[in-house]
Design a protein around this ligand. Structure first.
Ligand code: P6P
Length: 319
C-alpha cells in the first residue's frame, strides 16, 4: 500500500473499503507521477507532444504521461466504471461498478517547462451509465496532489478537509493537518489580470473593491497568481483569500472545467468552511451537461466569494 498506512488509516474507519481501495490507487498514481515530475528535465518529459486535447489545448509530455499513470492505476484497482480525464475526449470504460473517477492529470501544465508547481486533481462519484453525473450523483470524495517544494495532498471524503504530505524517503503519504478550516477572509487574490480588458463591469468593480486604498477595510489585497489553479488555491485554503477565473467577453463560460477541476476543489473549499461559486450559483449545485463543460469560478474564503457574488448579481454597486 504505497500511499502509506497514514492515508489508509485515516480513511478506514470512516469510509467503505471500496473507496479506501480507490483512494489508495489514486494516491499510488500520484506517488508515481511525483517521481516523473521530479526527473522530467532529465528524462526529456518536458515540452509538448505536438498534439492537442479535446479542449484544443497543447498537450505537454507530462500531461500524457500522467494520464497514462492514472489509467493504469485505476484500471488495476477494479473499482471504476468510467474514467473521465482532461486528456481523454470521451469517458474510458474500465468495467468496474463502484465509482466513476474524474481527473485533471496535470493542472498548470504551462509550469512544467519552467519548474513551477503543478498538480493532479481528482473527483470520485458513484458509478453512472455513461460517466455524466445526474442531479443526485454527488461527489463521494475529492482532492488534489500538488507537486511543489513538498508533495502535498488535500483530500476530503465528506468528513472535513485533510492534508497529507509525501515523505520522499518512505514514499508514503503522512497525515500532517486534519480538519483544516479556511480563514473567513484573506489578504490575497488570484486572477489573470491580463484579461481585465475583457471583464464585464461588475467583475471589474469587484477587483476595484479589493484593490481600493482603504486600510480601514484591510485593503488593498495583494495579487498572487502562478498559472496553476491548484497552487494558487493551496495558498488560499491555508491562508484565506480568493481565486477567480471569471467569464469574460472572450470566454463566456470561463476556462476551468466543472467535473474535474471546479467540483473537486469546491468540495474541498466547502469542507473547510469556504465557498465556491460561478458568480451566480454554488458550484456543487450545477447539473453537468457535458463531461468537459467549462464554468466561471470564484473559490476560497466565504467573505470574498460572497462579495464577488454581490457584485456579479448586482446587489452591490461599484465603489
Ligand atoms: P490563464 C491551467 O491551464 C489552468 O487551467 C489553471 O490551472 C490556471 O489557473 C489557469 O488555467 C491559467 O489560465 O488564462 O491565466 O493562462
Amino acid at each position: 500500500m504505497v500511499s502509506g498506512t497514514a492515508l489508509a488509516a485515516a480513511l478506514c474507519d470512516e469510509v467503505e473499503p471500496d473507496l479506501v481501495g480507490l483512494l489508495d490507487a489514486v494516491a499510488a498514481a500520484t506517488e508515481r507521477i511525483e517521481a516523473l515530475v521530479r526527473r522530467a528535465p532529465l528524462t526529456h518529459l518536458v515540452g509538448l507532444t505536438g498534439g492537442t486535447n479535446v479542449q484544443g489545448e497543447d498537450v505537454h509530455k507530462l500531461d500524457a504521461a500522467a494520464n497514462q499513470v492514472f489509467v493504469d492505476a485505476v484500471r488495476a484497482s477494479g473499482r471504476v466504471g468510467h474514467l473521465v480525464s482532461e486528456e481523454l475526449d470521451e469517458p474510458l470504460r474500465l468495467g468496474g461498478d463502484s465509482f466513476d473517477l474524474y481527473v485533471d492529470p496535470v493542472d498548470g501544465s504551462s509550469n512544467t517547462d519552467v519548474n513551477g508547481s503543478i498538480a493532479s486533481i481528482f473527483s470520485v462519484r458513484r458509478a453512472t451509465r455513461d460517466g455524466l453525473p445526474g442531479p443526485a450523483d454527488r461527489q463521494r470524495a475529492g482532492g488534489y496532489v500538488i507537486y511543489g517544494p513538498a508533495t502535498a495532498m488535500m483530500i476530503t471524503w465528506g468528513a472535513g478537509l485533510h492534508e497529507f504530505v509525501l515523505d520522499p524517503e518512505s514514499r508514503r503519504f503522512v497525515l500532517t493537518r486534519a480538519g483544516l478550516r479556511l480563514p473567513a477572509r484573506g489578504r490575497t487574490y488570484a486572477v489573470n489580470s491580463g484579461r481585465q480588458a475583457y471583464w464585464p463591469p461588475d467583475v471589474r468593480a469587484f477587483f476595484d473593491d479589493l484593490n481600493a486604498d482603504d486600510p480601514a477595510r484591510d485593503r488593498p489585497y495583494s495579487l498572487r497568481y502562478s498559472g496553476s489553479l491548484t497552487a494558487d488555491l493551496h495558498r488560499i485554503l491555508l491562508e484565506g483569500g480568493i481565486y477567480c477565473y471569471p467569464a469574460d467577453d472572450r470566454a463566456k463560460d470561463g476556462k476551468l472545467r466543472l467535473l474535474y477541476e471546479a467540483c473537486p476543489l469546491a468540495l474541498l473549499a466547502e469542507q473547510g468552511g469556504g465557498a465556491a461559486s460561478s458568480g451566480r450559483e454554488r458550484i456543487l449545485d450545477i447539473l453537468p451537461r457535458s463531461i468537459h463543460q467549462r464554468v466561471p469560478l470564484f473559490i476560497g474564503s466565504a467573505t470574498e466569494v460572497a462579495l464577488a457574488e454581490d457584485y456579479i448579481q448586482h446587489r452591490r454597486a461599484a465603489p
